[in-house]
Design a protein around this ligand. Sequence first.
Ligand code: BG6
Length: 479
Amino acid sequence: MKNLWTRREVARLLGIAAVPSLLPVVAHAAAPGDDGFSSSFLWGSATASYQVEGAVHEGGRGPSIWDTFSHTPGKIANGDTGDVADDFYHRYRDDVQLMKRLGLQAFRFSVAWSRIFPSGSGQPLAQGLDFYKRLVTELKTNGIEPFCTLYHWDLPQALQDKGGWENPDTAHRLAEYEGYVAGELSRLGVKHFFTINEMRTFVELGYGNGTHAPGLKLTRKALAQVRHNVLLAHGLSVQAIRAKGSQGVQAGLCENVTVPVPVTLRSEDIQAAAIAIREENAGYLTAVFEGKYTERYLRELGDDAPHFTPDEMRAIGSPLDAVGLNIYTPTYVRSTAGGYEALPMPANFPRMASDWLKVGPECMYWGPKLVQEAWKPRAIYITENGCSAADQMTAQGEILDTDRIMYLRNCLGQMRKALNEGAGVKGYFVWSLLDNYEWADGYGKRFGVVYVDYQTQKRTPKLSAKFYSSVIASRGSGL
Ligand code: BG6
């Protein structure tokens, strides 16, 4: 029997100051056995439209801000664009077979808004939706549960031309589009919808420091208003998905929650992490779960705080059926007189191939645990976790990515620890199935468990794919 003692019990036995009772043990469908994950726990992989589809001029698709940005000289490493990417638009049937061979039970994909509404609104394009209908049918026929993200950063360029996320009207256009697609796809049996992927990333990088599309560097005040507009778009979209979706439809969002990890096991540092989870996410997840901005968030923004109405905050706080957590890396915190301090990462902190991707698997324990305690969501999915690695193919045609296996193995072990202590995690999606277009890094960073040769589009499962398959087959009992 493994994990007989929880971390709390061990702390008590060691005589360390009692750790505050962060989590009541809650009963839930996916409660794991001591030796592994329950049979209802879902194992999947995630992708996003612009990162894999290619076929940017097919099926009547309109341009998105990522087409414009990736074609702007100097914006993307190596000048790479998503014009072809993994050619998933044409190869999805083979890729579904690949998922099946790996034993995947769920697949998270995103819909390109400008395939459905080429200029963002107006008449939907049947041909655009057909692609996703075929994909969903293929997944369901092969016993793979579709999880649909409705916005993964590819805003129709036509809407950016009208102000993009600076224009409050975009929130209403998103809700219209999401309601329409959720209505159509839920009739084909799609149950799980996520309104938006990682508000924080596309807002802060796209409108704050300009490294992602549309490449703007707004003032602090304008940026705070963009954050608010995006939150409202999410809330209105939750309502639209519920209004237009078939009975039983589940609405949520995916966010790269900042995960505070207490630097020590002292109760005050653990308490600091509990404060930090709300404050470090105040502009995003906290506002969604609580329907309000924290006092500290508004105080720190001062005159730059966004304009908002009570009705808007109520919409933003629309209850969720599920929250998707994209977790890659930790933020270490300690207790201070002001509550907490987030510590800078030392220069030699171990990392994967991307500079930002510091290796701290304990974020997969503290993330679900702190979210569960702070907001008691109805369900948690880990909608992304994974890493870049400098994959090389051997002369024998293998990719022996033991570094990625190390990362995944440790993350999964930590996630299981959170589950064993009552966090309601119901599924896990590795980022990513395939090497793909990694935004500003172009094709230079590989995150897939399957290697893609971009010249030939040949897929080769890496050693990490075999590892992941074995985890799924054994329900993680050997982790
Ligand atoms: C997440 C995104 O931020 O992390 C993915 O949802 C992205 O779309 C992944 O590909 C890796 O990030 P990056 O910036 O290194 O490509």
